[in-house]
Design a protein around this ligand. Structure first.
Ligand code: G3I
Length: 381
C-alpha cells in the first residue's frame, strides 16, 4: 500500500482518503486513489515559469506525481554536444519537490526530439557505434546524476518498437541495433542505482508490440539489468483500443515481472484522419473543418460518452491496481493537451480530466464517488 503526503496539507487517512461517508464530496481524485496508485500529470514549461498559473494551481491541488512534458528531452537538455541547459528541468524538479510529488524524468533516449548531432558526424553521416555509445553514456550519466535521489524514476527508452513488434528503424537502431536499449538501462542504473527505470511506448494494446515488449523485459532481466516498469502511454480514442486488448497487455507486462504504469493518458473525442494513428509525433494531416467538429463546445451526448469511456479505463486500472503504480494524464487542463495540435493542427479537443477553466470534468466526482462508496462499503463489512 502506498502512502502519499502532500506539502501544505495533511494526507487524509480516513477510509483511504475519502474522509467522509457522503460519497467523497469535495475529495480530490488523487486522495481517493491514494492507496491504489499515484495520479500524475505532465507539466509544460509555461506552468513552471508563471505563464500558466491556472493549470499550475490545478496540477498542485489535484495530482500526486509529475513528469516534464518537454523540458527533459535531449534536444532541450543538450542542444549542442557538451552544452547542457538545465534551467527548466531544475525548475520542474524543484516544483515537484515543493509540492510533494512523485517525480519521473522523461525521457533519456528517444529517436524523436533528439539533437541532430547525437547520431551524426562532421560530414553528415552516421557516427560509429563506439561514438554513439559514448555520447549516450555521457548524456545519460550527466542528466541522471544531476537529479540523483530526487527524480525517482526515469523513462529510459521511449518508443523503440513498432505496432507489429519489429524494431523501429531509427538512427539509434541503424548504428547500434537493439543494443542501444540495454546500454541505456545500464548507464542510467550506474548513474543512480536507486532510481526506478522504465520502458515507455504507445499503442501498447497491439498484440505484436505487447509480445515484443514482454520479450524486451525478459531480455533485460536475463542480462541482469534493472527494469522496474513498463509505461503504457495511453493516447486513446473513443473507439480504440479495445479495453480487453489494453487489459491483456497490462497482464502480460505484469506477468513478465515488472510493474505497469499508464504514463501519458488522454482520450480524444475528435475524428481521426487515419485509423490506428498511434502517437507518432511525425504524423501530420492538413486541417479541415470536418475534422474539428467541437470548436464551439462539446455536445452533451459526446461529453457523456467521453465520461463513460474514461471511467471504464479507470475502472480497469482499479481492477488491476496491485499491478499498477501510476496513472499519469498527459497534461492538466483540456487546452494544455498536445491533442489540440496533433495529428491535425488547430483543433479543439477535450482529452483531459480538467476543462479549460480548470474545473474537474464529471468523470472526476464520478470516480471519487465510486471509490469512496466502495471504501465505506468495505469498512462496514
Ligand atoms: O521548443 C520550440 C520553441 O522554441 C518554439 O518556439 C515552439 C513553437 O511552436 O516550438 C517548440 O517546440 C515544440 C515542443 O513541443 C515544446 O513546446 C515542438 O514544436 C512540438 O513538436 C513539441 O511537441 C511535443 C511532442 O511530444 C514532441 O516533443 C508535445 O508538446 C508533447 O506533448 C509530446 O509528448 C510526447 C511524449 O514526449 C512521448 N510520447 C508521445 C507524446 C505525444 O506526442
Amino acid at each position: 500500500m502506498k502512502t502519499i503526503f502532500y506539502s501544505g496539507m495533511l494526507a487524509l487517512s480516513v477510509a483511504g482518503g475519502c474522509g467522509n461517508p457522503q460519497g467523497g464530496a469535495g475529495v480530490a481524485l488523487r486522495d481517493a486513489l491514494k492507496d491504489k496508485f499515484y495520479l500524475g500529470t505532465a507539466l509544460s514549461v509555461a506552468q513552471l515559469t508563471g505563464g500558466d498559473t491556472l493549470s499550475e494551481r490545478v496540477a498542485r491541488e489535484n495530482f500526486s506525481a509529475v513528469v516534464p512534458e518537454n523540458c527533459m528531452k535531449s534536444m532541450f537538455l543538450q542542444p549542442r554536444e557538451g552544452e547542457f541547459f538545465f534551467d527548466e528541468a531544475d525548475k520542474f524538479v524543484a516544483w515537484g519537490e515543493a509540492n510533494g510529488m512523485w517525480i519521473t524524468g522523461h525521457c533519456l533516449v528517444w529517436h524523436s526530439q533528439a539533437p541532430r548531432w547525437l547520431c551524426t558526424d562532421e560530414s553528415g553521416g552516421n557516427v560509429s557505434p563506439e561514438t554513439l555509445t559514448e555520447r549516450l553514456r555521457s548524456h545519460i550519466t550527466t542528466v541522471v546524476s544531476r537529479y540523483r535521489g530526487r527524480i525517482k524514476g526515469w523513462d529510459v527508452v521511449n518508443e523503440a518498437i513498432l505496432e507489429d513488434g519489429s524494431w523501429r528503424k531509427s538512427k539509434l537502431y541503424e548504428i547500434l541495433g537493439e543494443e542501444f536499449i540495454p546500454l541505456a538501462f545500464r548507464f542510467a542504473h550506474e548513474a543512480d542505482p536507486d532510481a526506478e527505470l522504465y520502458y515507455n511506448d504507445y499503442s501498447m494494446a497491439f498484440e505484436g508490440k505487447r509480445n515484443a515488449v514482454v520479450q524486451l523485459v525478459k531480455t533485460l532481466k536475463e542480462r541482469g539489468l534493472r527494469i522496474d516498469a513498463v509505461g503504457m502511454q495511453g493516447h486513446i480514442g473513443m473507439d480504440y483500443p479495445p479495453l480487453e486488448e489494453f487489459e491483456k497487455s497490462m497482464l502480460a507486462f505484469a506477468e513478465a515481472g515488472v510493474k505497469v504504469m499508464v504514463t501519458e493518458l488522454d482520450l480524444t473525442v475528435l475524428p481521426s484522419p487515419q485509423p490506428n494513428v498511434g502517437a507518432a509525433v511525425e504524423a501530420s494531416f492538413a486541417y479541415r473543418q470536418a475534422l474539428n467538429p467541437y470548436a464551439g463546445g462539446l455536445p452533451d451526448s459526446v461529453a457523456a460518452a467521453w465520461t463513460s469511456r474514461m471511467a471504464d479505463f479507470f475502472r480497469l486500472f482499479l481492477k488491476h491496481h496491485d499491478k499498477l503504480t501510476r496513472v499519469t494524464l498527459w497534461g492538466v487542463c483540456d487546452d494544455d493537451s498536445w491533442r489540440n495540435g496533433w495529428p491535425v493542427p488547430g483543433r479543439t479537443d477535450y482529452a483531459l480530466l480538467f476543462d479549460r477553466n480548470g474545473n474537474p470534468k464529471p468523470v472526476v466526482p464520478l470516480l471519487v464517488g465510486e471509490l469512496c462508496a466502495n471504501r465505506h462499503g468495505d469498512a462496514r463489512k
